[in-house]
Ligand binder design. Structure first.
Ligand code: CO
Length: 208
């Protein structure tokens, strides 16, 4: 049986390296977590949340699923959001997609992929809404990338419309929702400039 010893070896080395810079790191962290950010990203192994923004354990609360979707009936994502906003009191929710997302590619295809098609239907419906704009893009990968961007923006709108975020804004809380996209070919993040901090800003952006 393969017990994945190499991963345990990596873990021992990783913990040792952290202790070299801060001898009490894990002890302090065990007492509390106070991340300032909630990250909602794709499950894709090439988009590791903490690493790409240079944050340590304890600094980023994370939810990931295929194609970074925020669906209003998804108790998993909503529970993560509620805990992050109400208990941890994060000041920022970052929805981060990535170019070349396999889920987005699958959602645009005219073939079936199994159970995941039910999940990806959310992306496919967005595709149909923007079909004219998207089909005018000749290059297939650029077409996918554009839908990756549109999908992030839609998820920002979905986050803004959750009871969790609306209640926080009603209570006068400082909470900003951001839409970012990551390039797996260059390792860089881009801000899609759809940050929203209030219901008034939502309306300005035309979010219904
Ligand atoms: Co993806």
């Amino acid at each position: 049986m393969d017990t994945l010893q190499s991963l345990f070896d990596n873990n021992r080395q990783w913990a040792k390296d952290i202790l070299k810079t801060d001898g009490d790191f894990f002890e302090k962290l065990s007492k509390q977590q106070s991340p300032k950010y909630l990250w909602i990203g794709c499950s894709d192994s090439r988009v590791p949340a903490n690493e790409i923004v240079g944050l340590l354990p304890g600094e980023l609360f994370v939810h990931r699923n295929v194609s970074n979707l925020v669906v209003h009936t998804d108790m998993n994502c909503l529970s993560v959001m509620q805990y992050a906003v109400s208990v941890l009191q994060v000041g920022h929710i970052i929805v981060c997609g990535h170019y070349g997302c396999g889920g987005v590619v699958a959602a645009m295809e005219e073939r079936r992929h199994g159970l995941i098609d039910n999940w990806l239907r959310n992306v496919r419906e967005t595709y149909f809404l923007y079909e004219k704009e998207l089909d005018a893009i000749q290059d297939a990968s650029k077409r996918v990338d554009r839908l990756c961007e549109i999908n992030v923006v839609n998820q920002v709108f979905n986050v803004c419309n959750t009871t969790v975020v609306q209640d926080a804004w009603d209570a006068g809380r400082d909470l900003t929702v951001h839409g970012w996209i990551y390039g797996i070919t260059d390792g860089l993040l881009r801000d899609l400039n759809v940050s929203v901090s209030s219901i008034a800003e939502m309306r300005q952006l035309g979010i219904k």
